[in-house]
Ligand binder design. Structure first.
Ligand SMILES: NC(=O)c1ccc[n+]([C@@H]2O[C@H](COP(=O)([O-])OP(=O)(O)OC[C@H]3O[C@@H](n4cnc5c(N)ncnc54)[C@H](OP(=O)(O)O)[C@@H]3O)[C@@H](O)[C@H]2O)c1
Length: 281
């Protein structure tokens, strides 16, 4: 039996939709905090169980009979996320789960500039020390979040961002989901770490140039100071979110997300959707 946490979220739900097309729905478990958000999954015959990363007993109960767990990283950032992931790994051990597939991030490190990558570093270590079989998907930045960063650059002709000439090997969330479903239903991924992203990488100057080609207007990349970006974000967002995005920008600038790799292409058996395709659509 395969269970997926975060099944009410974008990546978990998309992965289950690929899984249900590949395997018997009776062998799939969707773990959610709120079953009302997963009626579409139960309509497909997937068992929906309640489990919360902050409630170890609920997690252990939701994992009864499960062999393989796709642990989708929690949406909080910081020490609380590591605590939640620790609960999930301990519950998996208690319930007799044999293999955990985990959604990590590019360049996990105790000293990462991108705050989320610090939590992933600690969770990866937890998995390696758990004694369970693991597979780690180091997911690069989602292409899906790029529109939020580029805003109306195609119309205004200006793309302000403090990314220097750092490059990113973005991946489409839907492609990651398909890659996860393929890995969860095939052999040979035991104790493997995959860099999940494109086989190329793009800078913000590249993005401005592509936007310019698509719109027929000149789009200039403005490599603004990090402090100006931070001040602008602080007008609209709470402090932890501001530090997440400023940290991400600094990490982009120092090429922490510049990790072209063919792992996703191999898992999909085709080229992943790339930045140019995505901006075209
Ligand atoms: N690579 C990237 O660019 C990128 C971007 C954003 C996020 N991420 C990471 O990737 C993960 C998956 O992405 P996504 O797009 O699917 O995110 P998402 O749509 O926000 O889904 C997050 C899921 O985590 C669940 N969750 C949060 N707290 C929980 C808890 N205490 N117990 C159990 N479940 C909990 C949420 O449940 P509810 O529906 O109940 O809230 C939701 O199902 C995110 O959680 C985040 O760690 C990566």
């Amino acid at each position: 039996m395969i269970a997926v946490t975060g099944a009410s979220g974008h990546l978990g739900k998309a992965t289950l939709n690929y899984l249900v097309a590949k395997t018997d729905a009776n062998s799939l478990v969707a773990i959610v905090r709120d079953p009302a958000k997963a009626t579409d999954l139960s309509d497909k015959g997937i068992q929906v169980r309640t489990g919360d990363y902050t409630d170890p007993a609920s997690l252990a109960a939701s994992l009864a009979g499960v062999d393989t767990l796709l642990l989708i990283s929690s949406s909080v950032v910081g020490e609380e996320r590591v605590r939640q992931h620790t609960n999930a790994v301990n519950a998996a051990k208690e319930a007799g789960v044999k293999h955990i597939v985990y959604t990590s991030a590019t360049s996990p490190s105790a000293n990462a500039l991108f705050p989320a990558a610090i939590d992933h570093f600690h969770t990866e270590n937890l998995l390696k020390e758990s004694g369970l079989t693991y597979t780690i998907f180091r997911n690069n930045l989602y292409l899906d979040v790029l529109p939020m960063i580029i805003g109306d650059a195609a119309q205004s002709g200006q793309l302000p961002f403090p990314g220097g000439d750092g490059k990113v090997s973005y991946a489409l969330r839907e492609d990651i989901a398909e890659g996860l479903a393929n890995a969860l239903t095939s052999e040979g991924h035991e104790n493997q770490i995959y860099e999940i992203g494109a086989t190329s990488a793009w800078s913000f100057a590249d993005i401005a140039a592509i936007l310019g080609q698509k719109s027929g207007k000149t789009v200039d990349y403005l490599d603004i100071p990090a402090s100006a970006y931070e001040a602008e974000l602080a007008k609209h967002l709470p402090a932890p979110v501001v530090s997440l995005y400023t940290g991400m920008a600094e990490a982009i600038k120092q090429n922490d997300f510049n990790r072209p790799d063919s792992a996703l292409e191999k898992l999909l058996g085709r080229q992943p959707v790339n930045l140019e395709d995505f901006l075209k659509s």
